[in-house]
Design a protein around this ligand. Sequence first.
Ligand code: HOZ
Length: 434
Amino acid sequence: MTRAPRQAAAAALAAARRVIPGGVNSPVRAFGAVGGAPPFLVRGRGAELIDTEGHSLIDCVLAYGPLILGHGHPAVTRALRGQLLRGTAFGGPTEAETRLAERIVAAVPSVEMVRLVNSGTEATMSAVRLARAATGREKIVKFDGGYHGHSDGLLAAAGSGVATLGLPGSPGVPAGTVADTIVVPFNDLKAVEGAFEAQGERIAAVLVEPVAGNMGVVPPRAGYLAGLRALTLRWGALLVFDEVMTGFRVAWGGAQALFGVRPDLTCLGKVIGGGLPVGAYGGSRALMEQVAPAGPVYQAGTLSGNPLAVAAGLATLEALADGRAYAALEAAGARLERGLREAAAAAGIALTVNRVGSMLTPFFHPGPVEDYAQARRADRARFAQVHRGWLAAGVFWPPSQFEAGFLSTAHDAATVDRVAAAFATALGAAAGPP
Ligand code: HOZ
């Protein structure tokens, strides 16, 4: 594929930087970890994105996960168009909110009631508040490299953009706020046991991405999630699954359906909004009825349950509900994993591909990659070099070692093979020292 020089993107980034911090509205998008300017995007269709320079890109970012059906899926577009004509915000309840909640309750094993919010960040911070209120305890256990949005208490040792920028945390977060956050390594039950032995009576909840997705994809070891369930039950703490990334992505019903472990609270986002801003948290009736106005735990939002977001989310879940999409997503993910492995083997480069269904991360590391410390040992200079080659060959992959790549139902076998072939080309070009 011959590609025009990326001058327009550089100019667009320079213009954006004059009025937006770093030129982007979410840090990873600035391409700081891989170099160069990000493509400025104009439109998407299926698995394809078009940038301002007219380049066609295979989209493996998919808005960082929401677009499980690809861009412009007819059912989602139809639902959005219909809702657009009826109104975009009402400040009062709609029946569609109940239908989306019913869908979520029917699908997610541990959820009996659910509250819609506007983002994953809101979902996790609200779930933490509820966990603290329900237990009367203050401390939260989270995992090194786990990312749960940008609320103060959860920015300790965080993944995603915090990891990408190599930040220890964030100025502006009061020391007292993170003092109640206990950070332990992911996939290490002994470390969690140690935290409970040290301060078990004070721990309100363990907050975990059941498949870590913000240190790159790191699946749970066999028995790990069940072990967290047993420990939290033993100590009277709540288990909170942050399924913002995995919910309706790795399986209908999320990671808790896939791994057969029921948390007390579940945070959702991304796929349940079909590409519009949304989040949700849910759990047992007894817990959720503590949320205002049913109970005293306050949480609110002007645009919560927004009709457009709900319409896109409902249309997306309806398209996924028969479960057939998950078989196709698994096949596409397995095909890409195989393609990446074969390309690396042919180039003689050590590669570990971590994957659960249609979310995956290549680490230039002999492996295993089972926690954030191991993810950090991957060769990020080579990742950056390959990322540049991938982009030059027409593949839009998340510009960070610590983000997940995604596939959608619009990524057919030929498209997946093009992503793998572009990876092989990029690897060949990057075979020398990075
Ligand atoms: N933290 C988000 C995904 N892990 C990044 C989203 C974005 O930059 O758009």
